[in-house]
Design a binder for this molecule. Structure first.
Ligand code: ATP
Ligand code: MG
Length: 752
């Protein structure tokens, strides 16, 4: 992750601070409390809170509670829990859009008085008809001619509950023939006779998202209103509203990024609600759900989720991330952190005929990390249990465990050799008799016997019975549509698994690696000493990777065009999937970026061509999936003023730190306008990045000397001024200073 290119949102924030547009960065996370937050929200949380933290600003938590019929306090609590659990702190109290209902109402009156909003009384049907289509302009309602007085009177009556639901609405008067359909006199308020969980019965009208959101941002002093791409067309309303009301600056601006989609899962609250209410899962925190509560109960750590969000990165084009990446993140996090112990899921009794008595074997908890201390005593005796699948009477080729002719090592203990199988009446093996080699003890083995593997086991008298909940992916399809795609084997409960006693008696951790099986977590709700319950977090290896790589050619995915809406994804074609695998595995690109490239032939070709010039894969890929992709939305490839080769050259300039990522954006803009070559632009304008502290320090000192009041305020605890000093320094260097170094130096200088 070294030398990672700063994402486009952070570049915008750095730019704005530098331009002195804001004194401090203020972001917000604005969920609607109508469901439990999911891993997609975690991405938004990590972006909003992460940016505020990095730039010395603050982030609000705002419940966007404008829809009285779907919202509930249990969801508010779940959202707060999720943010806290991920390790973030919101600024001040939790905010609610409903707290601003009075203010919003006054803004609406102001619009009416300006002649910019009117009460419309068309039926829903007529309104739809009047709106026109993408190819045809709409037609304005005759009610738009109502006088200001009439509008004011009607609107007040709407508020007072004098009309029925749907009888009237308040609309902005913008442009019924706008190319952007959202600008065709959007609705601002609708009538809803419903109880609101906070405002009670006070209001009979509720503001629409497009009205409430920008103004709530403004009221809270938000600077960067970061949201997902589906709101791209709403940005025009956002700007229209704030401009029309002519509000005192500074005002917020909206920026969009691609929402997170993950395969084998659904990620819209509506669909999650369906699963919960239909009883397909056990509540919102069911460990199979992608909710934060579910992941948490399953045993995911906050670190693993934040690392995942970091690895997938932030892009401007929608894509689908492989769930294997999330599973990788938790394995990676737990690998060295948690103790390794032995558990037998399906016990097969083994009697060691030549062993008498008992002993305790000292075994380290962290065999893979010698620096980490901790061990336990593992009891050993005449009767033990091994995993049923670790013995095969008729072994297939390549079977390395116990067979009638092949000895095996008991992990941490002795080598045993088969003698006899005991069967029940139906011929099933119920017990193995074996002998052990006294001189084969692990760590002190003089037996000279060769074995091909070591298996886990537990001693019969001391083993503890535990319940295992084995979770697998909730859906069997990569792009599940609904309940018909549920994986019937997503939960398997094993009642009689056995673990070595230390797991329950010492319980050195909540999470364990059960050797050769996977990572497990003591269920935070159902676990108790009499009945220990462990959730399987993830297997040690990705068992789906093999299953999903088809050996025989699979039926071609139907060419049916699936429209991309809310978290639903179109499956990749075979070629796209191959590209995706190559990009993630060979090129080590983030999944989101790889996905965008793989799914878009124009982009992948562009990328590949650039690669033939230089090897700067990740930086090139980032430019292609953000900047180039954005331009290609309204342009053909031959209309671009730059070539793949020049993008490669630009990437080299960034990666060898000749220019900052922020300057790279400017250079790119220039390239796309003038068609000039990046090196020429950098040289002719002297844009080389400054990383030398000896050059930067005097600049910071001067800024500090010139702003004694702000220094004073900072020292008195006003930490938000960090952003001010960083911005001033970047500005003084024309944006050429290396922001990371500026960050460090400013913090250091201000502390001293
Ligand atoms: P859903 O569609 O899953 O119901 P939503 O967009 O309705 O989610 P909100 O509560 O409105 O959920 O979202 C709060 C914030 O989280 C918004 O800024 C939204 O853009 C962001 N967000 C929601 N889903 C995702 C996602 N999958 N990836 C990234 N950000 C997301
Ligand atoms: Mg929503």
């Amino acid at each position: 992750m070294e030398n990672k290119r700063r994402d486009f949102l952070r570049t915008i924030v750095a730019n704005d601070l530098e331009a002195g547009k804001y004194e401090e960065v203020v972001t917000r996370f604005p969920p609607e409390p109508n469901g439990f937050p999911h891993i997609g929200h975690a991405k938004s949380i990590s972006i909003n809170f992460g940016i505020a933290k990095e730039f010395g600003g603050r982030c609000n938590l705002r419940m966007d509670d404008t829809n009285p019929t779907t919202e509930d306090t249990q969801y508010v609590e779940a959202i707060k829990d999720a943010v806290k659990w991920l390790g973030f702190e919101w600024d001040g109290d939790v905010k609610f859009t409903s707290d601003y209902f009075d203010k919003l109402y006054r803004y609406a009156i102001q619009l009416i008085k300006m002649g910019k909003a009117y009460v419309d009384s068309l039926s829903e049907e007529e309104m739809r008809e009047y709106r026109g289509t993408v190819t045809q302009p709409g037609k304005r309602s005759k009610y738009a001619q109502r006088s200001i007085e009439e509008n004011l009177e009607l609107f007040e009556k709407m508020k007072n509950g004098e009309f029925k639901d749907g009888e009237h609405v308040l609309r902005a008067k913008i442009d019924m023939s706008a190319a952007n359909m959202k600008m065709r006199d959007p609705l601002l308020y609708r009538i809803r006779h419903a109880h609101h969980f906070r405002a009670g019965g006070k209001w009979a009208i509720y503001p629409m998202y497009d009205f409430a959101h920008p103004l709530s941002d403004y009221i809270e002093g938000i600077t960067h209103s970061i949201c997902t791409l589906e709101f791209e067309n709403n940005r025009e309303i956002y700007d229209w509203l704030l401009d029309t009301l002519d509000l005192k600056p500074p005002r917020p601006y909206q920026h969009e990024f691609a929402r997170l989609n993950i395969n084998y899962t659904v990620m819209s609250k509506r669909k999650l609600l369906e699963l919960v209410e239909g009883g397909y899962v056990n509540g919102w925190d069911d460990p199979r759900l992608p909710t934060i509560a579910g992941l948490r109960r399953r045993g995911y750590t906050p670190e693993s989720i934040l690392n995942f969000c970091e690895q997938i990165g932030v892009a401007k084009a929608n894509s689908v991330v492989d769930v294997a990446q999330l599973e990788f993140a938790i394995r990676d996090d737990l690998n060295t952190k948690v103790p390794r112990v032995m558990c037998v899921q399906e016990p097969l009794k083994v009697t060691i005929t030549n062993y008498e008595g008992s002993e305790e074997i000292e075994a380290p908890y962290y065999p893979s990390d010698v620096a980490k201390e901790g061990s336990r005593k593992v009891p050993f005796g005449k009767t033990i249990y091994i995993e049923r699948s670790d013995f095969e009477e008729n072994p297939p080729k390549g079977y390395y465990r116990l067979t009638p002719t092949q000895p095996v090592r008991l992990k941490h203990a002795y080598i045993i050799q088969y003698e006899e199988a005991i069967r029940d009446e139906e011929g099933n093996i119920v017990e193995i008799k074996a002998k052990y080699f006294p001189n084969s003890k692990s760590g002190n083995d003089t037996s000279g016997i060769k074995v091909k593997s070591a298996i886990q086991w537990v001693e019969a008298q001391n083993a503890k019975r535990v319940e295992l909940r084995l979770y697998d992916r909730l859906f069997k399809n990569e792009a599940p549509q609904g309940i018909e795609d549920l994986n019937p084997n997503s939960l398997k409960v094993v009642q009689n698994a056995l673990v070595e006693p230390a797991v329950v008696e010492e319980r050195p951790n909540e999470r364990f690696q059960f050797e050769r099986i996977g990572y497990f977590y003591a269920d935070p709700i159902d676990y108790n000493e009499e009945h220990p319950v462990f959730n399987k977090i993830v297997a040690l290896k990705d068992s789906w990777a093999k299953k999903t790589k088809p050996k025989q050619p699979q039926p071609k995915p139907q060419p049916k065009k699936v429209q991309q809406i809310d978290g639903e994804v179109t499956p990749m074609t075979k070629e796209q999937e191959e590209l995706f695998v190559r990009y993630t595995q060979e090129h080590k690109l983030g999944n989101e970026v790889a996905n965008t490239l793989a799914r878009d032939e124009k982009l992948s070709k562009f990328y590949e061509e650039a690669l033939s010039v230089s090897e700067n894969r990740s930086t090139i890929a980032n430019f292609v999936t953000n900047e180039v992709a954005r331009e290609l939305k309204n342009k053909a490839i031959n209309e671009l003023r730059y070539t793949p080769k020049e993008i490669a050259e630009l990437a080299v300039l960034v990666d060898d730190e000749t220019i900052s990522t922020k300057i790279a954006k400017d250079v790119f803009e220039q390239m796309s306008k003038s068609g000039e070559n990046p090196k020429a632009i950098v040289e002719s304008r002297g844009l080389m990045q400054i990383s030398d502290p000896n050059v930067i320090e005097p600049i910071i000192e001067e800024i500090i000397a010139n702003n004694p009041q702000n220094v004073q305020k900072f020292k008195e605890g006003n930490k938000k001024l960090l952003g001010f000093f960083i911005g001033q320094t970047l500005k003084a260097t024309g944006g050429k200073a290396n922001p990371k170094i500026v960050n460090e130096l400013v913090a250091k200088k201000l502390q001293s």
